[in-house]
Design a binder for this molecule. Structure first.
Ligand SMILES: *[C@@H]1O[C@H](CO)[C@@H](O)[C@H](O)[C@H]1NC(C)=O
Ligand SMILES: *[C@@H]1O[C@H](CO)[C@@H](O)[C@H](O)[C@H]1NC(C)=O
Ligand SMILES: *[C@@H]1O[C@H](CO)[C@@H](O)[C@H](O)[C@H]1NC(C)=O
Length: 324
């Protein structure tokens, strides 16, 4: 069989042009991802900054149904893939969303910072605040037979995001099996087996409340087919656990993987919904109108009450005894 020379040449050229993607180099740096992966330059990219004032409270969004995560007799393979640590999950683990769509698990992985002293590394931010670590539990729509089939479909994927914070000295033993195995997968391509781990326990205590929006994979090819669920509640790890994660895993150049998160992307025309009203921590929405909750939040951010009181009253704010 004869193959035109030009075709062969362009085939090899395109292989050569495909650099390994990275966040800050060497390789295809974040700002250049769209050159090789056009979807990365799209209008519905992830992660985003979740801005409380723009989030739409939707009462009819039900909690996710989690199934199959609680099984603690399973073994999981955890690998260093050169970009992060990734744990393979079985398709028996599944979530059902508010509309009844079932998504099956395929893997979970982590994003972290650590590039400079105590630099945080979550991908999603809330009102501009970046958390320390973010875990992504990646799922595919069960109406497709496999992840590979689902990954190019417009309704193919759902990712559950868990934000993590530091609780100084309190070791989170649910995460200990992961942290203690990191040393065995320091180098890309290394694989280890996790036992005595319960995946359900990696989620925060409250899995009922979440933000939801339509976005993309946060790494190339940045496909815009991900229904994102970001839990409101967070997980706490000890400082020692965070430092181990940030300082153990190496990339293909034998450099420690730091700051493996993508910058937040424009929201554009999208709307973020939540199944909880904002500022529930500051007031009880059963007893206060929403604008009151807003006022309380404002005050709690350190604006002097007496100084602000006049203008807040003009805005229609009411005050409870404890604040006046
Ligand atoms: C609220 O969520 C439900 C369930 O997903 C959805 O059908 C409905 O369109 C949403 N409401 C609004 C106002 O977006
Ligand atoms: C999915 O799309 C990628 C390019 O984005 C392509 O390489 C791959 O072959 C596609 N897979 C399927 C199953 O269509
Ligand atoms: C990576 O670097 C360490 C120390 O800097 C060295 O001992 C090790 O051999 C290197 N490993 C590889 C795979 O290059």
């Amino acid at each position: 069989m004869r193959v035109p020379v030009a075709l062969v040449a362009s085939f090899f050229l395109s292989i050569q042009a495909q650099q390994e993607w990275t966040y800050s180099g060497p390789g295809l740096v974040e700002s250049d991802w769209p050159k090789d992966y056009p979807d990365c330059g799209g209008q519905k990219q992830s992660p985003i900054n979740l801005q409380a004032r723009l989030v739409r409270f939707n009462r009819s969004l039900k909690p996710l149904t989690l199934k199959g995560y609680e099984d603690d007799n399973l073994e999981f393979s955890m690998t260093n893939n050169g970009h992060t640590v990734q744990i393979a999950l079985p398709p028996t683990m599944q979530i059902t969303d508010s509309e009844g769509t079932v998504f099956r698990a395929i893997q979970m992985h982590l994003h972290w910072g650590g590039g400079f002293f105590e630099l945080s590394g979550s991908e999603h931010t809330i009102d501009g605040i970046r958390r320390v670590i973010e875990a992504h539990f990646v799922h595919f729509n069960s109406k497709y037979g496999s992840y590979d089939e689902a990954r190019n479909q417009s309704d193919g994927l759902a990712v559950v995001a868990v934000l993590m914070e530091i609780d100084e000295y309190a070791e989170n033993t649910n995460y200990s099996p992961i942290i203690s195995e990191l040393l065995n997968i320091q180098y890309p391509g290394e694989i280890t087996t996790l036992t005595n781990i319960n995946i359900q326990d990696l989620f925060p205590g409250d899995t009922r409340h979440y933000f939801v929006y339509k976005g993309s994979l946060t790494t190339p090819p940045c496909t815009e087919n991900v229904k994102w669920f970001v839990f409101q509640d967070s997980v706490k790890l000890s400082k020692a656990q965070v430092l181990k994660l940030e300082n153990t895993i190496k990339n293909k150049n034998n450099e420690t993987l730091h700051n493996i998160y993508r910058q937040t992307q424009p929201l554009n025309q999208r709307v973020v919904e939540a199944n909880f009203p904002q500022f529930t921590d500051k007031c009880n929405s059963q007893h206060h109108p929403l604008h009151c909750c807003f006022c309380l939040r404002w005050i709690s951010h350190g604006n002097g009450i007496s100084k602000m009181r006049g203008s807040l009253l003009q805005l229609g704010c009411t005050f409870t005894n404890s604040l006046s």
